[in-house]
Design a protein around this ligand. Structure first.
Ligand SMILES: Nc1nc2c(ncn2[C@@H]2O[C@H](COP(=O)(O)OP(=O)(O)OP(=O)(O)O)[C@@H](O)[C@H]2O)c(=O)[nH]1
Ligand SMILES: [Mg+2]
Length: 584
């Protein structure tokens, strides 16, 4: 299937032509038929001589309904431009063409209608000349009459040729279905319709709806009026959603492949129309079927920042259109350069940003994104529309190679500085490093640690950092000299201070395994535990605290916490009467 949107001035015969080609009524509303004028979008389809199907999105030509027209053409890549032979080129012929040009529509056909009323020659020549100046370029033209049917076979053949030119749809791409209509079907619930430009929908699929906390699920699918289990792009589709109230969504919303789009209300864009300096401060941004008021902040001569009144699922490279509804003026097309641009706080930030934007063209550029963002999750890049084909540095984090190298050097410096400032600590805590380097995730710190640095017990230090600092090592030596033959006598608190063992030094020695801490200010040499078990095993079992204290030649100050520690380690067991046995 391929989808074509009509375009052209009011009353030039768009709907009549669609009706003549398809036998279907594009004007769905009674009011439209009563007034003989299209107000909202119409949908019809037919089979072409080749056997392929063409679906039409028929748009209104009246100047009041240009927003409806834009919602129709936004997601559609081909246009059937209709000009009446008897009226020729008119204001909305021009405005519609400007809109197609702004959106970059590159495939189209000209139908000069009402050819039974006037010579189609002049209207054809003028329209072709106007169209040739736009993204559509030179288009084939067919003179037709919706009344007599003249020219219809030629138009069908031309539609077939147009279909053959269109690029093949990417059915593996994520889905972004811009909703152009939503209604309720009794017994089925909410149904939305749209033009599926890429990807594939299946009954049962979950989709994301901006602003909805929960995914929505496809309960049923229709295309060309028939129920189907799946629909692949390009297609007109009607999607029945399970359990989604009708008022939850409407024109301008989008149904999305979950997790694949970034909802943004701030974008930097390149203009392909009026210069930035000429734009009013507020305009309407049209993209897909959405129309959102925006505030415009000029950055460079052809680049601006847009603040959207509500977030949209936009990707780098998206084309959109800016229009001044008050003046009926299409200001021009825009190309999205950045969907997550940096804030412009400092003085001069806007000018600097303009320079960055001057180098962007809206084509996804992984290396450039990494250079600008330095560190970013692959998923976040993909949601911006930038394929993330790069090896992660940790988890799903991608890094600019030069930045990553700098971070590695910075980490080494921070660890060295920390060692100088805190000689007694066995390295710098990973979390402190994460903060110093302003990294968003611990795994990044861990990935930056390389030999001779290593991570031990949540700290980053030199592999030899477990060795004791000189003054502590000397103090421990003194303890050994003084208490080596009385291993269960712990130095009193003031003796510890004399030996040079304050709380920090004791902490360092304990972490290094050079001292064993039984309680505050109660430390023994580390081999004391095994020695104690040996001595206690020589006692008649069970033994009392007092017997243990005597056998170990120590005080209650040591014996009580020592036995409790042995209990915790399972070397001794305490019986109900408070006596103990050595567990063998
Ligand atoms: N004689 C003649 N009349 C036509 C032809 N095509 C359309 N008309 C008449 O022109 C009028 C407008 O036709 P529509 O098809 O409604 O025009 P439209 O472009 O769809 O108008 P909007 O949707 O309101 O922009 C109707 O009265 C049609 O009968 C044609 O080829 N020949
Ligand atoms: Mg019409």
């Amino acid at each position: 299937m391929f989808v074509v949107a009509t375009a052209g001035h009011v009353d030039h015969g768009k709907s009549t032509l669609v009706r003549a080609l398809t036998g279907m009524e594009p004007d769905r509303w009674a009011e439209e038929r009563r007034r003989g004028m299209t107000i909202d979008l119409g949908f019809a389809w037919t089979t072409l001589p080749s056997g392929g199907t063409v679906a039409f999105v028929d748009v209104p030509g009246h100047e009041r309904f240009v927003p409806n027209m834009l919602a129709g053409v936004g997601p559609v890549p081909a246009a059937l431009i209709v000009v009446a032979a008897d009226e020729g080129w008119m204001p909305q012929s021009a405005e519609h063409l400007a809109a197609l040009d702004a959106l970059g529509v590159a495939y189209g056909l000209l139908a000069v209608t009402r050819a039974d009323l006037a010579d189609p020659g002049p209207a054809t020549a003028r329209a072709r000349a106007e169209i040739a100046e736009t993204s559509l370029g030179a288009v084939p033209a067919v003179a037709v009459s919706g009344l007599t049917g003249a020219g219809l076979p030629q138009l069908r053949a031309a539609l077939d040729r147009l279909a053959a030119q269109l690029p093949a749809p990417v059915v593996d791409d994520p889905v972004r279905l811009w909703v152009d209509r939503s209604f309720t079907v009794r017994g089925s619930g909410t149904v939305v319709t749209g033009t599926l430009g890429a990807g594939r929908l299946r009954v049962g699929d979950e989709l994301e709806l901006a602003g909805a906390d929960e995914p929505v699920r496809i309960r049923g699918l229709h295309s060309l009026g028939e129920a189907r289990p799946e629909a692949a792009a390009v297609a007109r589709v009607a999607v029945n959603l399970r359990g989604t109230p009708r008022d939850r969504l409407g024109r301008g919303d989008a149904l999305l492949t979950p997790g694949r789009f970034h909802h943004t209300d701030l974008v930097d864009v390149r203009l392909a129309g009026d210069p930035a300096a000429d734009l009013p401060a507020t305009l309407t941004l049209h993209v897909g079927s959405a129309a959102v008021p925006v505030r415009v902040r000029p950055l460079g001569p052809d680049t601006v920042r847009l603040r959207l009144a509500r977030p949209l699922p936009l990707l780098v490279g998206d084309r959109a259109l800016l229009r001044d509804p008050g003046r009926h003026h299409v200001s021009g097309g825009v190309r999205v350069l950045d969907v997550a641009p940096p804030p412009l706080g400092r003085r001069g930030a806007a000018a600097a940003r303009a320079q960055v934007l001057a180098e962007l063209d809206g084509r996804p550029d992984l290396a450039g994104e990494l250079r600008r963002r330095r560190l970013i999750r692959a998923g976040a890049l993909i949601r911006m529309g930038v394929p993330a084909h790069a090896e992660p540095v940790a988890g799903d984090w991608l890094a600019d190679p030069a930045h990553w190298r700098r971070l590695g050097e910075q980490l080494t410096e921070e660890v060295a500085r920390h060692a100088r400032e805190h000689p007694l600590e066995p390295g710098m805590p990973v979390d402190a490093l994460r903060q110093r380097l302003a990294l968003p995730d611990r795994v990044l710190v861990e990935a930056l640690v390389r030999p001779p640095l290593r991570i031990h017990a949540g700290r980053v230090g030199a592999a030899s950092a477990n060795a004791l600092p000189e003054p502590v090592a000397l103090a421990v030596q003194r303890v050994r000299a003084e208490y080596g033959d009385r291993p269960f006598r712990a130095p009193e608190a003031d003796r510890l201070v004399d030996l040079g063992l304050g709380p920090r030094e004791i902490g360092a020695a304990v972490r290094a395994g050079a001292l064993l801490r039984l309680a505050d200010n109660v430390v023994l040499l580390p081999d004391a535990l095994d020695d104690a078990v040996r001595v206690l095993a020589g006692l008649p079992q069970p033994f009392t605290l007092s017997a243990a204290r005597q056998a170990l030649d120590t005080t209650r100050r040591v014996a009580v916490p020592l036995l409790e520690l042995l209990d915790r380690r399972g070397a001794t067991r305490r019986l109900p009467d408070d006596a103990r046995i050595v567990v063998t």
